[in-house]
Design a protein around this ligand. Structure first.
Ligand code: UDP
Length: 318
């Protein structure tokens, strides 16, 4: 297939690109490099099945070669206001990527008669009151809170995708992605995995925001990519959760990273101010993906973390 992918130089986009190319597809990757990193796709220079478009997804997109599939992954994704790459510092770009970017990529799919996949997020569930979260839960989001630029853009993106499906009969898919980690996460994006690993490698105490009882469920990137590939080939138009249901508190997560890295700062944790709107519990119900796609994650947290730590070591030159 000829596949258009926005956000191709991002963490998820670049892994997806590699996998699609390895399956024999051609990929036309778009990125504006606000949060994407050229280093993630440098190895593709000279690959005749890959073409890079340096462009903002919120501007009109023209692709001449006939497309079979359009995938929309472009968006800032880190909620950390302490990072220049966090969406609190890119609020208008985040809203535009979710709203105008979704409109443009859906329009592109419609014009080409191509199928479509939207990268949505567990953030559509907000700070959930239902646990674990399954796809029928409508969410608990603050439309004007600190996370709203991301949450509401993605909720709008889902609505727009369903409108193109219902009204224009575009063959669409929506994946709700839960916390994912692995090599090529940006060192400076302020999310918990790069922050903790860097602090541990520098033998510093890990900075836990809030009291550390908040939970997340971390999925290794290769598992996520496999789930997305299966969803692409399915007939499901309604959202599907893809993530790892193994739930862990942020405090326990810090302890795991300290143990694997042998951080001599040990279990000393530093309680910084909690982030506004920080969801207290997050865990996907993946029954739908299991049943529909015969998918479930395979990589254990510690194995994924070991690979990720090796990547960060090479980036930091240790
Ligand atoms: N967090 C933390 N220390 C950090 C970065 C994040 O304790 O240095 C916490 C954050 O408050 C949240 C969790 O880790 O509860 C996951 O944060 P992340 O930014 O990775 O993504 P989120 O799941 O909130 O979108």
């Amino acid at each position: 297939m000829r596949i258009f992918l926005s956000g191709a130089a991002g963490f998820l986009g670049s892994h997806l690109t590699d996998r699609l190319l390895s399956e024999g597809h051609r990929v036309i990757g778009l990125d504006n490099f606000i949060t994407g990193d050229i280093a993630n796709i440098q190895h593709l220079a000279g690959n005749s099945n890959f073409r890079l478009m340096r462009q903002d997804v919120s501007l009109h997109i023209e692709v001449e070669e006939k497309l079979d599939y359009v995938m929309h992954f472009a968006s800032p994704a880190s909620p950390n206001p302490a990072s220049a790459l966090g969406y609190p510092n890119l609020p208008i770009q985040t809203l535009k990527a979710g709203a105008l970017g979704t409109l443009n990529t859906l329009g592109l799919a419609k014009r080409h008669g191509a199928k479509y996949l939207l990268a949505s997020t567990s953030e559509v569930y907000g700070d959930p009151k239902v646990h674990p979260q399954d796809e029928t839960y409508w969410g608990n989001c603050d439309p004007v809170g600190p996370r709203s630029v991301y949450d509401e853009a993605k909720r709008f993106a889902e609505a727009m995708t369903m409108a193109y499906h219902r009204f224009h009969r575009v063959g669409t898919h929506i994946v709700r992605i839960f916390n994912t980690f692995g090599p090529r996460m940006r060192l400076d994006d302020g999310r918990v995995v790069p922050n903790f690993i860097q602090q541990a490698l520098r033998h510093e105490p890990l900075t836990i925001y809030g009291n550390g009882t908040q939970t997340r469920s971390f999925c290794y990137v290769s598992d996520l990519v496999e789930g997305i590939l299966r969803l692409m080939q399915s007939d499901e138009h309604l959202p599907v959760n893809i993530g790892n249901p193994a739930e862990i508190s942020i405090r326990e997560f810090a302890e795991v990273i300290n143990r694997i890295t042998g951080n001599p700062a040990g279990l000393i944790v530093q309680y910084a101010d909690g982030l506004g709107d920080d969801p207290q519990r997050r865990q996907p119900d993946i029954s739908k993906a299991k049943e529909l796609l015969n998918w479930q994650p395979k990589v254990a947290l510690e194995d994924g973390l070991t690979k990720t730590i090796d990547y960060f070591k090479s980036k930091l030159g240790n």
